[in-house]
Design a protein. Structure first.
Length: 94
């Protein structure tokens, strides 16, 4: 089964890369997404829920989409968040 702690570490390392070399938009998006990843992975760990990578991806995407529907992001921010999210998902699948 998927090791959620390792997955979280991998995501955090990915986000940390934007601190060094990211644009302002990428830095914002990575910080924003860090919260969604922490929420999904942290909740699963606290509840001792075993998730597959596909389920983690689905839950993160669902969380972000819900936030967008609730008007949490400006249109320009949505583009940046989706770009970083898609890149993150590819990174996690490696």
């Amino acid at each position: 089964m998927l090791n959620l702690e390792q997955l979280s570490d991998k995501a955090q390392e990915y986000f940390d890369g934007f601190v060094i070399s990211g644009t302002d938009d990428e830095l914002f998006a990575s910080g924003y997404l860090r919260g969604h990843v922490d929420l999904v992975v942290g909740t699963a760990m606290l509840e001792h829920t075993e998730l597959t990578l596909d389920e983690v991806v689905e839950n993160i995407t669902s969380s972000v989409n819900k936030a967008i529907r609730n008007g949490e992001l400006e249109q320009d921010d949505i583009k940046a968040v989706n770009t970083v999210l898609n890149s993150l998902l590819l990174h996690l699948e490696k």
